[in-house]
Design a protein around this ligand. Structure first.
Ligand code: ADP
Ligand code: MG
Length: 221
C-alpha cells in the first residue's frame, strides 16, 4: 500500500537547511495497524504529512497504491488524498459553528453530495462511533473523546484506504484514549490501514507494529 525508499526531507530555516528525514525506507501493507513513535522533534509529523501528501519531500520515492507521489499538482494531490486518505489530528479540527452531523458530512459537502443525503450518511457514521444521539450538538458541548470520535467519523465518511492519525489521543485521558483506540482497531478490522503517530506506549502496544524514529532515522525497522 505504502512504500518509502530513501526519503530525505529538509526544511529551509533562514539561510540554513535542517535535515529532518535522513533516508527513510519502509513498507506498510494494506490492512496493517502501525504506530510511529519517537521523541519530540524526531520527524514524526513531517513523515505523516509526507504520507498524507500534505507536504513534499526532497529526494527518494514515495509510492501509494502503486503510484509515485512526487511533484504532484495541487489538484492531483487533492485527488489522491480524497481517494485514499483520511486524517485525524490531536486537536480534532472540528468546525465549532457546525453540529456533529454537519462536521462529519463536510467531506461530502466538498464532493457536492446534496445536503439531505450527506446528512443521512453522516448519521450512519456517527452511529458507527456511538454518537448518533449527539448529532445536533456542537463540538463545544462534547468531551474530548467525543470530539475525536466525530473526527474519526468525518475521516471515515469518504471511505479512505488509509487513516493517518497524528497524536490522536494526545489531548485525551487514559480511559477516553482507550475508547478512541477501540474505534481505530474496529476500523482496522474492517480492512482499513491505520497509521498512528503517538508518544504513548499504551497506544503503541495496541498496534501490530511500531516504527521508531530517532533524529530523522528509523531505528528498529
Ligand atoms: P515530531 O512530530 O516528531 O515532534 P516534526 O516532524 O514536527 O517532529 O519536526 C521535526 C523537526 O523539524 C523539528 O526539529 C522541527 O523543529 C522541524 N520543523 C518541523 N516543521 C518545520 C517547518 N515547517 N519549518 C522548519 N522546521 C520545521
Ligand atoms: Mg509532531
Amino acid at each position: 500500500m505504502i512504500t518509502l525508499q530513501n526519503i530525505h526531507k529538509y526544511y529551509e530555516v533562514g539561510a540554513n537547511k535542517l535535515h529532518v528525514l535522513k533516508g527513510l525506507d519502509m513498507t506498510i501493507e494494506e490492512g496493517e495497524l502501525v504506530s510511529i513513535m519517537g521523541s519530540s522533534g524526531s520527524g514524526k509529523s513531517t513523515l505523516l504529512n509526507i504520507l498524507g501528501i500534505l507536504d513534499d519531500y526532497d529526494t527518494g520515492t514515495y509510492t501509494l497504491n502503486h503510484t509515485p507521489m512526487k511533484n504532484l499538482s495541487q489538484t492531483k494531490a487533492a485527488y489522491y488524498r480524497n481517494q485514499f486518505l483520511g486524517f485525524v489530528f490531536q486537536s480534532f479540527n472540528l468546525l465549532s459553528f457546525k453540529n456533529a452531523m454537519e462536521n462529519v458530512a463536510l467531506p461530502l459537502y466538498y464532493q457536492k453530495v446534496p445536503r439531505k443525503e450527506r446528512n443521512k450518511i453522516a448519521l450512519e457514521y456517527l452511529d458507527r462511533v456511538g454518537l448518533k444521539e449527539w448529532a445536533e450538538h456542537s463540538p463545544n458541548e462534547m468531551s474530548g473523546g467525543q470530539k475525536q470520535r466525530v473526527a474519526i467519523a468525518r475521516a471515515l465518511i469518504s471511505k479512505p484506504k488509509v487513516i493517518l492519525a497524528d497524536e490522536p489521543t494526545g489531548a485525551l485521558d487514559t480511559k477516553t484514549s482507550e475508547e478512541v483506540m477501540e474505534i481505530f482497531k474496529e476500523v482496522n478490522h474492517e480492512g482499513i490501514t491505520v497509521i498512528i503517530v503517538t508518544h504513548e506506549n499504551e497506544v503503541a502496544n495496541q498496534t501490530q507494529r511500531v516504527i521508531r524514529l530517532k533524529d530523522g532515522n528509523i531505528i528498529n525497522y
